[in-house]
Design a protein around this ligand. Sequence first.
Ligand code: ADP
Length: 626
Amino acid sequence: MSQNIEKHEFQSEAKQVLELMINSVYSNPDIFLRELISNASDALDKLRIESLSNTDLSDLVKDGEIRIEADKDSKTLTVSDNGIGMEREDLVSYLGTIARSGTKEFVKAMQEAASSKNGDLIGQFGVGFYSSFIAADKVTVETKKAGSDKSWIWESEGDGTYTISEGSRESNGTTITLHIKEMDKDNEASKDYLSEWTLRGIIKQYSDFVTYPIYLEDKSKEKKEDVKDEPVNSMKALWTRPENEVSEDEYKEFYRHLTHDWEDPMDRISYKAEGSSEFRALLYIPSRPPVDLFFQEGKHGVQLYIRRVFIMSDCRELIPEYLRFIKGVVDSEDLSLNISREILQQDRQTAMIKSSITRKVLDALKKMKADRPDEYKKFWQIFGMVLKEGIISDTKNREQIMKLCLLDSSKGEKTTLEEYVSRMADGQKNIYYITGGPVKNLEISPKIEGLKKKNIEVLLLGDAVDEIWVNHARKFNEYDFVSVSQEDIALPEGSEFENAEGKEELEKTGFISKLKESLANIVEDVKISTRLVDSPACFVQKGEPISPQMRNFFRSMGQDVPEEKKVLEVNPSHPLIKKIASETEKGNADVAEWANVLMGLAAICEGEPVEDGKKFTRLITKLLDK
Ligand code: ADP
């Protein structure tokens, strides 16, 4: 064996975390055991899932258990499971690197906490497997992947390197051996992790709800006789206990166990459905986004249990795509234990569960928005973009999701659609919006100058998904969504744009018809604008407005997009326009050049690139020179 020991270096972030683990005064060192038990429980879940598609493994699933052995003689603590186990590659990629989400921010937060000696803060974090080094100065992992014929030993002293060699383990699963450090006399929180009493307390506190039995055994010589066969944990699923008997801390511990998130969740939803479909759900809204929130293959957060038996994680059939950030457990009384993904997809029960938990989550969000608006704002900042997808895909709950939206507005503050409606002008029948770019561009867009002047509020819809949902929804209550990028916008009676100052003079100069000639093949039309106030020119669209961003998006998806019918509007009261028009009338101006300049200015005002930047710059320089 020993001739084949390979030495590896930890990936740099893993190294940093290790150093922090080893050197920081950890306010809550106990959490290492919770993390190892959590991993063991996950490994047992994974074996179960794997066995659904690989029947060779089904014999291995039967008696999943977690065994903890303390040996005072060798000063070791072992945590073993008979779960999925790891291959050699898994050891390198899982234990040699940190793959968890938000590692960078995590390392930063940890370092800050460590340097400010804010032990409490550090204590909030869970760092998975690495937390072993809080209690141990050497960690040995022996593991065998279910179905594989080789086993492996991983070993490290947390010094920046680890070794991997072949092992001799016969059954699938993982045994983690911690060589326990001497007790730290200066740290009050330091405990004897080889004492059965201590271990029992930690397991009870953090892992009572783990659904596999956790056995604790004292292997020290003097204790040899006293073998206990009772699991330490009650295995009582948290969601089956009455809500008033479970403490908030227990709920939070369970969330950590479920998600490996080190931050507390933002909200919790407990629900018990009775009647035609009987199930319980314990769901959480995280307070930070997972890295894979916008990945197509990103994980969903809901686990399915059937009558307390774990069936699968990442159960997409139970929660709509637009609520993929919700974490938690659904435990059904009615589904059959040997259900498969295929059956789930067509199952009526599943569809009912999905629809009722969707409603519950939306209700919880509504409540958060009403009762804790500041927290809801934070939620919206993180998950709003995902939730908005629901307006497109979930026609049944569309109204309710629209009411949950916090949208940017030309009036400054974020607004809900209901608030927008309450501020509408007398006789206003439409909800005006602008899309196609970041909010900071939209709010200064020339297109909305006239509306702002008339005190008509415009929604600034800056997310890519916005343009799609407004087009799907079409209406909110009885009010139509109207894009201000359209050539003609219906305005409330009495608020119509008047003919702008300078219109008649401009018409007389013949400048507009010359512009039109010059841009004949480039724009659909050139018009004297009634909506512009401060800007010389802008583009609007004939027909259905589609923003340039959306056009690019559809094209990149290989879809046909109708030709853009751009109209150039010019502002007759703008000094620049007045000047060019009069120079044109006198025969002193080159209309083709000015046409190009105006096109460029219109594009720039909207945050769009100028079509031919080089030519544009040359023209501007030349004109300035004059
Ligand atoms: P996390 O559990 O948050 O992913 P960890 O550092 O605790 O992070 O573990 C990293 C990975 O190592 C796990 O995701 C899992 O794939 C693997 N792992 C850890 N412990 C075990 C175990 N007991 N059995 C099988 N795989 C494990």
